[in-house]
Ligand binder design. Structure first.
Ligand code: PEP
Length: 257
């Protein structure tokens, strides 16, 4: 049984004071202990303060990026060791905004994922197709290639330490969500690719869906066999909305007999 995993990606939004105010409100809204893994990914400036606020709470801290090198002349970058020092347990890598706006390649994403694992941080490795790629029937090919390269450097015995996020680019920040069936079809394919690469550990790897997840669509998405959580952008900026998404992501298992 894979434990659901919900992550808030705040992108370049929320200063330090706002992040702490959010955490104060959010921690009061979610049940404790939660039946899901819950993660907040603030901008880098808020990592340290938010990490201190979340310590001893059931909510984990994530970075939105990392550089693969352990240190050196990389102006503006942060290493996995630095992220670990401020309490990051997860880091998002290969988000489509970084791939398309900043030219990040799957090779670079793979090097980041490997560096994170070496530092004891769980990578959330994103993949997803554009509208054109979907319309031309290339969704599976595009995602298979992204995964093959992004996960190519991951040691074969570390598969279970990964999280993968399927984020169709046409659904990110657009209000368009993949239907649960469309998302499930891609998630099932991703799990097959993970099985090719990591064998039985693929059954343990959690695959999040991302792309305009909201309180009113999360339950239907989470009801799908291979959808194990969500990576949430816009709807995570409001603590009430994200807490509701967390609450609705737990699928009732039915009344005890
Ligand atoms: C994201 O940026 O990872 C994302 C899924 O954004 P949104 O929920 O706003 O579509």
């Amino acid at each position: 049984m894979r434990r659901p995993i919900l992550a808030a990606n705040w992108k370049m939004q929320m200063g330090v004071a706002e992040a702490i105010a959010y955490a104060d409100r959010f921690l009061g809204l979610i049940a404790e202990p939660t039946a899901v893994d819950v993660i907040l990914a603030p901008p880098a400036t808020a990592l340290d303060a938010l990490g201190q606020r979340l310590a001893q709470s059931p909510v984990a801290l994530a970075a939105q990026n990392v550089h693969p090198a352990a240190g050196g002349a990389f102006t503006g970058e942060l290493s996995a060791g630095m992220l670990s020092e401020v309490g990051c347990r997860y880091a998002i890598v290969g988000h489509s905004e970084r791939r398309t706006l900043l030219g990040e390649t799957s090779e670079f994403v793979g090097a980041k994922a490997r560096a994170l694992l070496e530092a004891g941080i769980t990578p959330i490795v994103c993949c997803g197709e554009t509208d054109d790629e979907r319309e031309s029937g290339r969704t599976f090919d595009v995602i298979s290639e992204q995964l093959e390269i992004s996960l190519g450097e991951i040691p074969a015995d570390r598969g279970a330490d990964l999280v993968v996020a399927y984020e169709p680019i046409w659904a990110i920040g657009t209000g368009k969500t993949a239907t649960p069936e469309t998302a499930q079809e891609v998630h099932a394919m991703i799990r097959e690719r993970l099985r090719d690469r990591f064998g039985d550990a693929a059954a343990e790897i959690r695959i999040q869906y991302g792309g305009s997840v909201k309180p009113d669509n999360v339950a239907a998405l989470m009801s799908q066999t291979d959808i194990d959580g969500a990576l949430v952008g816009g709807a995570s900026l409001d603590p009430e909305s994200f807490a509701e998404i967390v609450r609705l992501s737990v699928i009732p298992t039915g009344d005890p007999q």
